[in-house]
Design a protein around this ligand. Sequence first.
Ligand code: BGC
Length: 371
Amino acid sequence: MRKFLTRSLAVSAVALVALSTAACGDSERDASSNPSSGAAKGFAKDALIGVALPSKTSENWVLAGDLFTNGLKDAGFKSDVQYAGASTTVADQQSQITAMITKGAKVIVIGATDAAQLGTQVKAAKDAGAKVIAYDRLITGTADLDYYVAFDNFKVGQLQGQALLDGLKAKKATGPWTIELFSGSPDDNNAGVFFNGALDVLKPLIDKGELVVGSGQTDVKQTATQGWKAENAQSRMDAIINSTYAKGDKTLDGVLSPNDTLARAIITSVKAAGKPVPVVTGQDSEVESVKSIMAGEQYSTINKDTRKLVAETIKMVQKLQAGDEPEINDTKSYNNQAKIVPSYLLPPVIVTKANAAEAYANDPKLSPLTK
Ligand code: BGC
């Protein structure tokens, strides 16, 4: 997969996103042998742990805040869990992290609002002797970042691309199929990684003409959804329907949507235009999307169990507290343009109506929706 990324850069505007996205490099460098990634001597068992989360653009962030507050408390730590506001997200998050450093936090867990705008704060944390863990979203352009814990984002994108294809084939056995592409917010490093993962699967078929992007909008600048906001995806879908599908000579068969919030906005737009609902992908297993999948509307989502991601992060904090090296299972994929960040990656799971009951069997909130 990593070779595809490198190759595709030269040949396709579709893959331009890779230029602005830090992930999945070819380097063989082993970050685990880098002394700067080693643990400090440990710290007090009831130390303050800071958690700086982005604004609540999807359910996973809402869940994460509560899980961190409770999980850190259960583990004996004091915690300071903050969300960036809805509009001045970058400045909010920067000052929240600075305040955490001032209060003496020993570890700061960050779900970045803007991957590229936190270098100063991450350096200040390091200078103060705190460790920084990037949570779910990578922080770019700083060698001072200690660890990354996330679901494998490139794999998320690949699963979304494959789900789109499976859904299209289930609807109409042979192509060409007409699709549209949406990506997430350009300030979130994940957005480009998801898109590249999806294109890893879709681009060969776009090149062969089996998949046709009806609007011709394949460049990430065109597909992006600023701020991961539903209204931005909805208005872009409205505009595309008007420009490309209004006359009725083309049928929209499928839409690559990077997450559930945007998937529902896209479906709302299509329905408002009186068009049949296409195959639409998603991510996050949000309640309304799981309901939509069970009702046969949205085609797929991704299960990235937030409970597991928070638990892994708290495990890392506990290791650091004891002065031990946290468990790392990936030392090559996430190059943040300053270093390869030692990572712990969890496997994402694709969910469609067919496997929803099984996928959510251990989730008391979602499992009843699949019955
Ligand atoms: C997360 C997704 C989420 C999106 C918008 C991404 O960084 O990985 O799970 O849907 O942000 O909140």
